[in-house]
Design a protein around this ligand. Structure first.
Ligand SMILES: Cc1ncc(COP(=O)(O)O)c(C=O)c1O
Length: 422
């Protein structure tokens, strides 16, 4: 980006929102993007795990173009439209909750988590919510409160609601076992709150911002057992794990545990803003008339895009490609772990893979600076990546699930060379 471009950004947006990439993006096609200087990159940031079906997927574009011939917006609560009805119907059919479900459509991940929590408290008539350390749930006050990562998300913005409590999230590489995490949850339930006044557990199936740390089926099943035994609702925040990221359609399919409520966003509409709360009908229907709503929530354009995304899954065998990608990535990154002292751990469901960078494999000391150097070297060689984790030392892969396997190889080559030459 030119100095002038940077100055214009600095003059016009708050400093906390200055982008990390020093290139202005002008064009995208599936997994590739180009900047103003015609540099081409493989986009393994994907708008932060949004572009599961790539930039401008033809099936998404087709649905959006069809909708744009008809009308631009209608607030669903007043004038319903077929696109939203079809999306709700499809999500109810596809999300793996055993009982009948209903779907409420909103704009963003945070709004979906906010609403899921609001609905859970209303249904249970209980106050407390338990979330997990390292979890990320959004930027509104409630979702900031739920978030278990202080810097940069919560720092200086408190106080947060006192009814939110954080238990440990299992982290095998750092010796936090499933049993330790369950024990910390039980400690809160037995000592810090009245268990009969807990409305919900809010949990990610795999931590996103928190460091791409997958939770085991055992841990999630335990959460389900404890919650259902005590009249607590289990909310899976699938904003990042949904729509193929974990190798199956939803994270709940991958782990074989189903919640009472799930939140979905990011990959749901191929880059258009849309999010959803899918929950058991009994829970979703408990709210009084007009107690939930959203002006832009079920945008007909975003809903059209979401129907295009579902077409990609159904007609282009997307999950098969995802599995092949995940295999290639795991093979290559695990081999790299044997060659480089800086790779401490390679982990994650499906293509949602995190690589933990350490000073060396014995001390396991988190090495954010080395992670950032690797990310810079990748960028210089045409691959975009970002970091995550409580210590900022995990590099995560968020490329489109539609990436051709040849480009997956290309991305892995760039990554491997950058690590080896660091
Ligand atoms: C698991 C999870 N929940 C919620 C959110 C918030 O979503 P949004 O930025 O769309 O509000 C995110 C965003 O990264 C997320 O990863």
């Amino acid at each position: 980006m030119t100095n002038k471009d940077l100055e214009t950004i600095k003059e016009n947006v708050p400093s906390a929102w200055i982008p990390s990439l020093d290139s202005l993006i002008v064009k995208g096609k599936n997994a590739e993007i180009w900047d103003k200087n015609s540099n081409r990159y493989l986009d393994y940031v994907g708008g932060y795990a949004v572009l599961n079906t790539g930039h401008l997927n033809p099936r998404v574009v087709k649905k959006v173009e069809e909708q744009l011939k008809n009308y631009s917006h209608s607030c669903f609560a007043f004038a319903p439209h077929e696109n939203a009805i079809n999306v709700a119907e499809q999500l109810n059919k596809r999300y793996p909750i055993e009982e009948s479900t209903k779907t409420f459509l909103v704009n963003s991940g945070a709004e979906s988590v906010e609403n899921a929590t609001k609905i859970a408290r209303y249904f249970t008539k209980r106050k407390n919510i338990i979330a997990f350390k390292g979890g990320f749930h959004g930027r509104t006050y409630l979702t900031m409160g739920l978030t278990g990562k202080e810097n940069p998300y919560k720092m200086g913005f408190g106080p947060f609601p006192e009814f939110i409590h954080h238990a440990e999230y299992p982290y095998a590489y750092r010796d936090i076992t499933d049993e330790m995490a369950i024990e910390s949850l039980n400690e809160i339930l037995n000592k810090q709150v009245d268990i009969d006044d807990v409305a919900a557990f809010v949990v990610e199936i795999q931590l996103g911002e928190g460091g791409y740390i997958p939770a085991s089926k055992y841990f999630l099943q335990e959460l389900k057992n404890i919650s259902s035994k005590n009249g607590i609702l289990l909310i899976f925040d699938e904003v990042q794990t949904g729509f193929g990221r974990t190798g199956e359609m939803f994270g709940a399919n991958t782990v074989g545990v189903s919640p009472d409520i799930a939140t979905l966003a990011k990959g749901i509409a191929g880059g258009f803003p849309l999010a959803a709360v899918v929950g058991k009908s009994e829970v979703m229907d408990s709210i009084h008339d007009a107690g939930i709503g959203s002006t832009f929530g079920a945008s007909p354009i975003s809903c059209a895009a979401a129907l295009g995304v579902l077409d990609v899954f159904d007609k282009d065998n997307l999950l098969e490609n995802t599995k092949q990608q995940a295999e290639l990535m795991n093979d290559s990154l695990n081999r790299l772990m044997n060659e480089s002292p800086f790779i401490g751990d390679v982990r994650g469901y499906g293509t949602m893979i995190g690589v933990e960078i350490v000073e060396d494999q014995d001390t396991k000391k988190p090495a954010k600076e080395i992670a950032l150097k690797i990310i810079d070297a990748c960028k210089d060689n045409g691959l975009l990546l970002v970091n995550c984790g409580l210590e900022g030392n995990v590099i995560r892969f968020m490329g489109p699930l539609t990436t051709p396997l040849g480009q997956v190889d290309e991305a892995l080559d760039i990554f491997n060379n950058s690590v080896i030459n660091i």
